[in-house]
Design a protein around this ligand. Structure first.
Ligand SMILES: Nc1ncnc2c1ncn2[C@@H]1O[C@H](COP(=O)(O)OP(=O)(O)OP(=O)(O)O)[C@@H](O)[C@H]1O
Ligand SMILES: [Mg+2]
Length: 350
């Protein structure tokens, strides 16, 4: 990876702007706070019951006022809006290019690319997935054999006589195509360093696809190197999948700095389309606290949709298909359909 232009010259372990997760000391007396987010926990419910019992023994029961209408909070601690059904597709097509980006490994970038793409395709959008990771997980996750690929995105990037049509393959999902990748792509990172306009290479080769698709999703590798900078330069938006686990919060500030630098120097239209909590486990206080920190730090940039932890995702990867077809009625499939609706409302159907 090149540190040129100040991109990617940091390691992922730098300090995050998100404060550490520390539980506040328990106050000596129970006081009314204005804290906006209260998660129903077993202990909190028990404490409330205890309070009730205490006050009932001390006071005469007052006439019961009608309880206020209960606001149902979603997993992010905010009320979840109803997302409308997607609008019909309008022609001519003009794709929004969205990168799945997080330099931390194993946070759900590839899983989100496959399943968000498949859900958008279910809603009638024409989708192109770009495997921009030399690990080739996106291609493998859609059933391709990395050793049996004639042409990959590497050839498209490095050989002038190779066209988009030469490399694009069907993904197995109606309405969704794939630009595959394998380990060859790792050589591009080194070779591109010597190219003129090296950061714009992916943008240049994707240009003919813009009028052919409604959405182009780029699956980035877990690094902030030149390939990722290429992806960000080619994109209109970034989705940051983030595992609901405390260490996942570290390094988000560094990712934001990289996004800001690309926006400032290379691609002024780049926006953060959303931060997506993945591998959420609503039974653990830890997952809920991480989600709360995320919303405190990123506000409404955090998607209302969260993706819960379930083994079905690994199973569908082994099967080489999206969860939306492998286990169409599962909670995981439904979550990605809801994410697709949220993405459409937020940045596609606007
Ligand atoms: N919501 C989930 N619940 C359970 N397992 C999940 C979930 N999402 C992803 N996984 C599993 O976690 C692993 C890592 O996911 P994935 O490959 O999508 O992450 P990644 O960010 O693309 O990783 P890398 O940085 O290596 O490219 C995979 O085995 C995947 O099946
Ligand atoms: Mg991946």
């Amino acid at each position: 990876m090149s540190g040129a232009d100040g991109f990617g010259s940091h390691s992922g372990s730098e300090a995050s702007e998100i404060p550490p997760l520390m539980r506040p000391p328990v106050p000596p007396e129970r006081t009314q706070t204005s804290e906006p987010l209260r998660f129903p926990t077993a202990t909190a419910a028990a404490a409330e019951r205890d309070d009730q019992t205490a006050s009932e023994t001390l006071q005469q029961p007052a006439p019961q006022a009608a309880p206020p209408a209960e606001v149902v909070l979603g997993p992010t601690g905010r009320p979840t809006p109803d997302f409308p059904d997607p609008r019909p597709v309008t022609l001519p097509r003009h794709a929004r290019v969205i990168s799945m980006c997080n330099q931390k490994g194993g946070v759900g970038k590839t899983t989100t690319t496959i399943n968000l793409g498949a859900s958008l395709a279910e809603f009638g959008r024409k989708v192109l997935l770009v495997d921009f990771d030399p690990q080739g997980s996106l291609s493998v996750g859609l059933g391709l054999n990395p050793h049996q690929m004639d042409l990959t995105i590497y050839n498209l990037l490095m050989q002038r006589d190779v066209t988009l049509e030469d490399v694009v393959v069907p993904s197995g999902v109606d309405g969704m195509d794939l630009l595959p990748s394998n380990i060859d792509l790792s050589a591009a990172e080194v070779q591109l360093v010597h190219e003129v306009a090296r950061e714009q290479t992916l943008q240049r080769v994707l240009a003919p696809a813009i009028e052919q698709y409604d959405v182009i999703l780029i699956d980035c590798q877990p690094s902030l190197g030149l390939l990722t900078v290429n992806a960000l330069t080619a994109s209109d938006g970034v989705i940051v999948p983030l595992e609901c686990e405390y260490f996942a919060l570290r390094g988000v500030a560094l990712l934001k700095t990289t996004i800001d630098k690309v926006q400032e120097r290379l691609n002024p239209r780049l926006q953060v389309d959303g931060v997506l909590g993945t591998m959420f486990d609503g039974r653990t206080l830890h997952s809920r606290e991480v989600m709360q920190r995320l919303v405190e730090a990123w506000g409404d940039t955090v998607f209302h949709t969260v993706i819960r932890r379930t083994i079905k995702f690994s199973d569908s990867t082994v099967a080489g298909e999206p969860i939306t077809t492998y286990a169409s009625a599962s909670g995981g499939a439904e979550s990605y359909r809801q994410l697709a609706k949220e993405v459409l409302v937020r940045c596609l159907d606007v």
